[in-house]
Design a protein around this ligand. Structure first.
Ligand SMILES: Nc1ncnc2c1ncn2[C@@H]1O[C@H](COP(=O)(O)OP(=O)(O)O)[C@@H](O)[C@H]1O
Ligand SMILES: [Mg+2]
Length: 247
């Protein structure tokens, strides 16, 4: 069974001059780190919001482990953890207070929440900051705390929307090595980025999306080999998405 199966998604936001998704299809096999790569406005966040049941597509289907993301969203939500593009934590609460709150929403007991929180805070380098308010965190610390919040219920599929955008080099390295560790536990990861060097480094496979349409999919190595005059994933990306600046 595929971890993610997206078929012919269409999404038009009200008042938008172009569709956000225009027949987009792609899939992700279990146990992979898969990169969903595209320029600004390509449709990455819209795809993620459909996968986690936050918005419904106008047409087409999205499935997670065989369950329909629109009609069976309760099943889907237990299987996925999502670290959204905008950090979704209470700034006036400490990290541990946020985690207790979120863990209870998932129906976890306090002892399970505490155990998992301590472990994850340690793995993502925040143990010493568990009792500090999120407002006092740096950008990189907020991102790492945001990822921890998505992991408390130990999801089979972790979805991260630009987890490394605008974070410091050390935070980024820590996040990337954590994702590789998580995959080694047999979990599946979908992550979006517009940073090609990073995607080339950690993704088992990548899908390029542009203007709401599927462009190409493959391992970074295959794509680099099969695309004329390309030495790195960034060359492949520019080859397919062009040099026009996006806003
Ligand atoms: N709530 C919204 N209302 C109107 N247009 C939107 C909304 N959200 C996204 N869009 C538009 O849909 C397109 C795809 O956006 P998005 O999925 O956020 O792309 P990405 O995450 O790849 O940058 C963009 O043109 C964006 O401006
Ligand atoms: Mg986005």
């Amino acid at each position: 069974m595929l971890a993610i199966e997206v078929d012919d998604l269409h999404k038009n936001y009200k008042g938008a001059w172009a569709p956000a998704l225009d027949g987009f299809s792609f899939s992700v096999a279990q146990g992979k780190i898969s990169g969903l790569l595209g320029p600004n406005g390509a449709g990455k966040t819209t795809t993620i919001n459909i996968l986690c049941g936050l918005i419904a597509p106008d047409n087409g289907t999205a499935k997670v482990f065989g369950k329909n993301c629109s009609t069976e969203s309760i099943h889907v939500r237990n299987k996925i953890g999502v670290a959204p593009q905008q950090v979704a934590l209470f700034g006036n609460l400490t990290a541990i207070e946020n985690l207790r709150y979120i863990g209870r929403l998932y129906g976890l007991s306090d002892s399970v929440i505490n155990k998992r929180s301590m472990n994850l805070l340690e793995l993502l380098g925040l143990s010493a900051h568990a009792d500090k308010r999120i407002n006092a965190y740096s950008g990189g610390m907020k991102r790492r705390a945001n990822i921890i919040a998505s992991l408390l219920h130990e999801p089979e599929l972790l979805i991260l929307d630009e987890p490394t955008a605008g974070v410091d080099v050390q935070s980024r390295a820590l996040i990337l090595s954590f994702l590789q560790q998580y995959r080694q536990q047999g979990k599946t990861i979908l992550y979006t980025s517009h940073l090609m060097d990073e995607a080339q480094q950690i993704c088992d496979e990548v899908t390029i999306i542009d203007e709401g349409k599927f462009i190409i999919n493959g391992t970074p190595g295959d794509l680099i080999r099969e695309t004329t005059d390309c030495k790195k994933l960034e060359d492949v990306f520019l080859h397919y998405t062009g040099h026009t600046v996006r806003d």
